[in-house]
Design a protein around this ligand. Sequence first.
Ligand SMILES: [Mn+2]
Length: 478
Amino acid sequence: MIARNILLLLLCSNVFLAAIATAPQTCPADASSGCGDNSSGEWEGEFFPGIPKIKYEGPSSKNPLSYKWYNADEEILGKKMKDWMRFSVAFWHTFRGTGSDPFGVQTKFWPWEDGTNSVAMAKRRMRANFEFLNKLGVDYWCFHDRDIAPDGKTLEESNANLDQVVALAKELQGKKIRPLWGTAQLFVHPRYMHGAATSSEVGVYAYAAAQVKKAIEVTHFLGGENYVFWGGREGYQTLLNTDMGREIDHLARFLQAAVAYKKKIGFNGTLLIEPKPQEPTKHQYDWDAATSIAFLQKYGLLEEFKLNIECNHATLSGHSCHHELETARINGLLGNIDANTGDPQIGWDTDQFLTDIGEATMVMLSVVRNGGIAPGGFNFDAKLRRESTDVEDLFIAHISGMDTMARGLRNVAKLIEDGSLAELVRKRYQSFDTEIGAQIEAGKADFEILEKKAMEWGEPKVPSAKQELAEMIFQSAL
Ligand SMILES: [Mn+2]
């Protein structure tokens, strides 16, 4: 009996040893394994072994690692799909997302992570990012300064860390890949607990300015096409201790200084404001598109900024994503889309990959009406669910998100070709395609003229809005 147990133990050990010998090189998130001692940040071999370059295989393909609807070079409505989309991978979710939530710790342990936040680890992670982009066939990426390089003990040290990682990113980008946008992380560190540009502490305002200055510089250095301001903690928890007027004035001065600095260093990228109504603060100053537009107008910044509309932020503010996109578009301010979605039954920012085809079709309706969104694009500000823990899931999530947007674009092409939805809208407003309608739209119809018409015409006939017909036409294109 004892002998049999020893034999079994030996057999098991052999199986165990064989498993170690054949497993791909991994660095478990245990710094004592030695992986963390790799000061060069080099990584032998591929980060995503066994995952090929993702190709278009068409709608009938059952291969999860292929595009079914996104065919980068195919022309739709006079433009290549890749030029309509300009997809971007968000470094923070894809490479810094750990799966932790307020109730539980990390669930994702990517093989290349060593459990440290060293510069060497940051460099290794950057190499993983570029292998991911190349395999996915995506030309853009987005980052916060502190996602890609660790905070140092001083601002000087943080800047030096960032410079090291950015130099590597520049080398790995080659000629084709560049940032869709960069941004500064002004919400994680405790110094930003009262906000950054809207902090009650002038030292924090200055620190945030220095951090944004550096983040604009590195975005420029990397050839970034936009720069984003998301006011993570630019808001309040209670008005009882808050001078809202003064804080919003400070925010405007901060953004005016950013515009001046951008021009000084010759950065031609678009500056973008990303509205969000709340979370982490109770009330954020960039509540929604309309609020942000009024702010830009008040402080003379309309010519200097556009909006980065995030679908999940739109629904948090009580709007649809389509509403926010259209509000930005009709004001000439649609600059970029953070392509994600929330959960209809959850009231917070879940940052999920958008996979609803109807929603994607409405998003693409705005983009097509806008003539595209370059120099903006679609940034996947979206993360795997906490329970999705395979490396492969990172690819599947992006492929699914890209295919969904591609289906949206194809559906818009169908709607335009069919023409009946546009015709329904045209007919609805045709009473304004008249002499008096043109007079009204030109601002030349005063109340006396209109009163005369009202008396001449008598009670107006009011036709049906045909909402169900509009919905039927829309559905038939999906
Ligand atoms: Mn976002």
